[in-house]
Design a protein around this ligand. Structure first.
Ligand code: ADP
Ligand code: MG
Length: 340
C-alpha cells in the first residue's frame, strides 16, 4: 500500500482508543472538563452502565456559540498555548483530545450557555463523519454533554464492554475518585433513572469527614488518622486508616489534585506500613500530595495515571517518613489513651 494520510475520522477513532476505553473513561474526561470550567455542581446520568447513554451536566463557564464546533475538533484546547504552559500545567485537561475522541465513537451532543450569552447553543456530532450541526437550545448557564450509543461504529471495541453492572461499578469508582478530589464541588450520579450517589458540597472539616465516610464507607474511616505533614515545598494531608483491610480498594492518592496510581508512591506507602499490618491485608487511605507544579511532569500517560517527579527520591522519602511518623505517633496516642 502507498503511504497515505489517514482520513480525519479514522485518525480520531484510532486516537479514541487511547482515551476512551469504556464508559467510565468517557465520564472521567467529561467530569474533568466540567471541573476545568470551574463548575461547582456536576450531575451525571447513565443508562445501562453507560452503554446506552451518558449525560454530564455542569454549571461551569460554558462554551461560546462560535467555539462549539472547535471544541469537538482534535488538538483544540483552551487550556494551553505553549510548551511553557505544558511545563506547569494546572488544568486537568490539555490535550484537546477528549471531545474529538468521544464524538468519533459515539453520538455526541454538546449544549452550552456561557452566562454572558443570551441563548444556549447545541452542537451535534455523530461518529460517522466529523460534520457538526449547530442549533439554538434552551439551556441554563453551563454545559451538558450527552453521549449516546458508545462504540456504535466500532464493533471491535463494543465487544470489550462488560456487563451493565461491571461498567457501572467502574463509573461509580471514577465518581468516587473525583468526589475525593474536589470537596468544593457537589456531585450526583444517577443510574437508569435512580439517584444512587449524592455528594453535597463539603466546605468545612466536618463536612469533608462526612464525604470521606460516604465515599469510603463509614466504618473504614471512623478510626482514620488525620495526616498533615510538610517538608520544604512538599505537603501531604488526608486520612490514614490503620485497621487492616482485606481488600486494597480504598487507596486514593492525589498529586496536585490528580488521582494517581504510581509505582514510586505505592512503594513509599508499602514501606511505611511494613511490619504494621498482618500479611495479606492492606491499608486504606485518602492522601493528597501538593508540590510545585514545575516539580512534576503529568504529561507521561494519555490517561494520566502516572507522574514523573523531578526529585523522585525526595518525594518518596518524604511520603514514607510522613506516614511512618504518623503511624508511630498515632499508635502511641492510642496506647496512651488505652492505658489511662
Ligand atoms: P481539553 O480538556 O484537553 O482541552 P477536550 O476535548 O476535553 O480537551 O475539550 C476541548 C475544549 O472544549 C476545552 O479546552 C474547553 O475549552 C472546552 N470544553 C469542554 N468541555 C467543557 C465544559 N464542560 N465547560 C466548558 N468548556 C468545555
Ligand atoms: Mg478535557
Amino acid at each position: 500500500m502507498p503511504i497515505q494520510i489517514l482520513p480525519t475520522r479514522l485518525a480520531n477513532q484510532i486516537a479514541a482508543g487511547e482515551v476512551v476505553e469504556r464508559p467510565a473513561s468517557v465520564i472521567k474526561e467529561l467530569i474533568e472538563n466540567s471541573l476545568d470550567a470551574g463548575a461547582t455542581r456536576i450531575d451525571i446520568e447513565v443508562d445501562k452502565g453507560g452503554h446506552k447513554r451518558i449525560l454530564v451536566r455542569d454549571n461551569g463557564a460554558g462554551i461560546p456559540e462560535q467555539e462549539l464546533q472547535l471544541a469537538l475538533s482534535r488538538h483544540a484546547t483552551s487550556k494551553i498555548t505553549s510548551l511553557d504552559d505544558l511545563e506547569q500545567i494546572i488544568s486537568l485537561g490539555f490535550r484537546g483530545e477528549a471531545l474529538a475522541s468521544i464524538s468519533a465513537v459515539a453520538r455526541l451532543t454538546l449544549s452550552s450557555k456561557p452566562a454572558a450569552q443570551q441563548q444556549g447553543w447545541q452542537a451535534r456530532a455523530e461518529g460517522r463523519d466529523m460534520a457538526v450541526s449547530l442549533a439554538p437550545v434552551a439551556h441554563p448557564d453551563g454545559t451538558s454533554v450527552d453521549v449516546v450509543d458508545l462504540f456504535f461504529n466500532t464493533p471491535a471495541r463494543r465487544k470489550f464492554l462488560r456487563t451493565e453492572k461491571t461498567e457501572f461499578a467502574h463509573i461509580d469508582e471514577i465518581v468516587r475518585r473525583v468526589a475525593l478530589s474536589r470537596f468544593d464541588v457537589a456531585f450526583s450520579l444517577k443510574h437508569n433513572g435512580k439517584i444512587l450517589r449524592q455528594y453535597p458540597q463539603a466546605n468545612n472539616d466536618q463536612a469533608r469527614d462526612k464525604r470521606v465516610a460516604l465515599v469510603c464507607g463509614g466504618k473504614v474511616m471512623e478510626s482514620a488518622l488525620k495526616v498533615q505533614s510538610e517538608f520544604q515545598q512538599l505537603h501531604l494531608s488526608g486520612w490514614l486508616c490503620t485497621e487492616p483491610q482485606s481488600q486494597n480498594d480504598i487507596q486514593y492518592f492525589y498529586v496536585n489534585g490528580r488521582m494517581m496510581r504510581d509505582k514510586l508512591i505505592n512503594h513509599a506507602i508499602r514501606q511505611a506500613f511494613e511490619g504494621w499490618l498482618p500479611p495479606d491485608t492492606h491499608p486504606a487511605f485518602v492522601l493528597y500530595l501538593r508540590l510545585d507544579a514545575r516539580e512534576v511532569d503529568v504529561n507521561v500517560h494519555p490517561a494520566k495515571h502516572e507522574v514523573r517527579f523531578h526529585q523522585s527520591r525526595m518525594v518518596h522519602d518524604f511520603i514514607y517518613r510522613a506516614l511512618r511518623d504518623m503511624l508511630e505517633q498515632g499508635v502511641t496516642e492510642q496506647s496512651h489513651t488505652n492505658s489511662l
